[in-house]
Design a binder for this molecule. Sequence first.
Ligand code: SF4
Length: 703
Amino acid sequence: MNKDVEEKIRERIKSQYPFPPYQSQLDLSKDIYVSLAQGTKVQMYMIVKVSIFESPTGTGKSYALIEGALNYLEDIKSNTLIKVKQKCQIDDGMPDWFNEPDVELKLNPLRKPNENKQQKKHVKLVDDDAIFDYSSSEETQINLRGQSLNDKIIYCSRTHSQLKQFINEIRRSKHKVRVSTIGSRQQLCVNQSILSKANNNVNKLNHLCKSHKKQCSYYKSLDTLEQYTQEIFDINDLLTASKKCQSCPYYAAKELSLQADIICTPYQLLMESIDQYIEPIIIVDEAHNFGSALLQTESCEVSLSQLNIIVGGIDDYRKKYHQRVKAKTLYYLNQLLQLCKSLIDKIKTKQSGSLITLIDFMVEIGIPKMNIIKLIKFLQNKEMRQRINGFIDSSQNVTHYSSFECFCKFISQLILTSQKESILYIEKSNTMKLSKINNYSSFQTLIDKSRNLVFLGGTLQPLNEFEIFKERVDSNEFIFKEYPHIISKDRCQLLVINAQLEYSFKQKNENLNQLMIQTNSLIQDIEKCIPEGIVIFMQTYTFLEQFKQYAKSNNLQFSKQVFFDEKQSSQILEKYSEVAKKGAILLSVVGGSLSEGINFSDHLARAVIIFGVPYPNLDSFELKEQININGNQYYDNITMRAVNQCIGRVIRHKNDYGLLFLIDKRFSEDKLRLKFSTWLQNRITIQNDFKGTNFFESFKKIL
Ligand code: SF4
């Protein structure tokens, strides 16, 4: 895009900020806007843009995203962008159609000109049971009716609390947009009788809702959404509005999302909901977690006991209904039964703990001889699944409701995946696990179904998993940009201490005591020089516990109050925060609950200390395979991304300041040192011993 146009866009965005933005924040907003404007997919044009923006924690990137994306949405709807470009009277390199008068119509060929977007709210529910039933033309129609004709942004983050924060930021802005939030039935179902029958079983809850919703009074009250009068809904707003009118917030959210400009969803629900919108813009925040969350969502397992239940259930179903169901249904049920029995046989005969070659396995259980396309369609038929699920549930004396769902997911994934993308193995607990190790197909789906993909995060480098996008789009359609930190060099420094003993993952017992002595001595030396709060990250909970025991048995004394993170307790942070101003130490774990998303601003963390390089445990099959495929660098990359996350805790805004200590000489070697976030590279000092610091001298007046 031409520089003059970009400048106009920057000015316009700046005027919309409710506060003076940082320079890098404004740059990011402008870049997001430009990226959305250029990355458009329409008819003959297949210009999908994948943009990856890294801006350090504390630089206001979420708000930058809001201004960039919402200004774009407003402009594309009011054609302001075109007017700006016409005023500049230049050829900006955009495709011709972009300059035509009704860009909005062009971008969305299905939209009628002058379509009134402020139509009275009405209910036009998408029957999610029907979405996957490709064979029914009637149901396909329902799905198409449900598809949105608006320019839409799907905003994803890891948790609902992060989505809530994002929505609160939108509320601060001057923009008038409609925002809805997608949640699961687990979060949004309000029918107590269904909830108690489901007994916390997600699959059962889904099944009960789908099969009983027509009798559910909350569902019946959905004939109007008049009570949902707000423009912006987070998950709590949905629940509050539903209370007023005694209607179902789960289905209301679906309907509201069809009318919304922005749909907020946790990562796990993205792939399920993407089909309901026409080529949405997808924005993924805190994207460092995205790849692993998708891998987890798409991995599956099935146990011997579940398979035995399914065999019994399908057998009983066939016996009872063989004269009433179609021959085709019986045919596929027989195939499923055969697969089920083969899996039982394999689990019993294969050695647990060893990898199984996918191709060989599929041949052994007879998949190549089956019509797999039709079998997949059969498995995806939700009505069939519900019937058999219900039958298994009521025919068995015990509640093993999710067995058949797990089995269907397992077989579908098994057929659709490849050796490069998944691994198969048997766990000790007589469970066969199909674990996704790469996101090739999910990322391809995102490219195919979205109009534009934007990934945003504070610590995205090393970019290993995003390389998949690079391979799949043209080089000019892939952008990576990073932004400087807003704080000056004198406000944050990083010290690598080449401590004598290495914090190796598996400590020999004879070294452990020496390591404890070294750890204690360094903490004692450092804490004397640091005012207020210190947050320490150890490699593992095991090592943290060992140090806790060592401190207890040796009656170690520190000048600050000490708190140890406990996996199960959420109150430690609260207790630490209450006294951090006076001086406190919080010990936690890299990758633990306190290492991400916690705002340790100001006195809560004047120093962050990381003991050891937190390489993940190599016992995991998944990790070994990922390293096999992607090389050793992958191992370093995921480790350093976790380190960069912890580092991001120390500086949270432009007036913040603090020191970072990394205790392990491996951090000073190029292969790891070069993987620190770019903004840190010129702030690194390497020392063999900690010799004290006068870093805080200049801040004493403030303290
Ligand atoms: S319709 Fe809504 S309230 Fe009723 S069972 Fe389903 S999710 Fe629960």
